[in-house]
Design a protein around this ligand. Structure first.
Ligand code: 2DT
Ligand code: MG
Length: 216
């Protein structure tokens, strides 16, 4: 008699500034993993489809205002409301690719330079969420961002904000383990090759990591 032990999936987070190529790279990574026989799901935060996500969407489009702390906690709540389903998927062997996560959450809020909203304050509600097995940070310079066609119309899509976000990502990732910095100022193919290598190495570590961990 045989019994099958389901190997858990990996939790893979892709982070970066606007225009770093996150969405295209997430698609390429999905295809790569599927070609290698892995079950994959792609999700992105904010998830604008839930009731909380709709409040976030109105805020980002500028049709509603929110206190900085309040919107911060809504972004976090938007992850908490999906957290359980991520855990269930991972346990059933599905690898989950997440486009933006707690790192964007902490960094974009802290970039507002609100005196009572530090990076440390912003991180607290993330503690206990599913912890990524790997975070791929697509790093891109201001110059390269500008070359790629400037900014959209949403809140945060301006030079001053993006510069502060870039600096804060750097200081946050100094203190995080399991972060792979990828130079995203190159061709799609070069970037995706590095991402594939990092993710393949992550799968090799997965047995040593053990069960899905919680964010600290
Ligand atoms: P997209 O352009 O990726 O839809 O993001 N943001 C995102 C936050 O301020 N806090 C968060 O927790 C997350 C996940 C980054 C829209 C903007 O929302 C910001 C850009
Ligand atoms: Mg955007």
């Amino acid at each position: 008699p045989t019994h099958s032990l389901t190997r858990r999936g990996a939790l893979i987070v892709v982070e970066g500034l606007d225009r770093a190529g996150k969405s295209s790279q997430c698609e390429l990574l999905q295809s790569f993993l599927r070609e290698h026989g892995r079950a994959v799901k792609y999700i992105r935060f904010p998830d604008r489809s839930t009731p909380i996500g709709k409040l976030i969407d109105s805020y980002l489009r500028g049709s509603a205002n929110q206190d900085d702390h309040s919107i911060h906690l809504l972004f976090s709540a938007n992850r908490w409301e999906i957290a359980k389903s991520i855990e269930v998927d991972i346990a059933s062997g599905i690898t989950v690719i997440v486009d933006r996560y707690s790192y964007s959450g902490a960094v974009y809020s802290a970039a507002k330079a609100n005196p009572t909203l530090s990076l440390e304050w912003a991180w607290q509600p993330e503690i206990g969420l599913p912890r990524p097995d790997i975070c791929l940070f697509l790093s891109i310079s201001a110059e390269e961002t500008a070359k790629r066609g400037g900014f959209g119309a949403e809140r945060y899509e301006n030079e001053a904000m993006q510069t502060r976000v870039r600096d804060l990502f750097r200081s946050l990732f100094d203190r995080q383990e399991d972060v792979e910095v990828i130079d995203a100022g190159r061709s799609l193919e070069e970037v995706s090759r590095d991402m594939q290598a990092a993710v393949t190495a992550c799968f090799d570590r997965l047995d040593a990591i053990g069960p899905l961990r919680a964010m600290e």
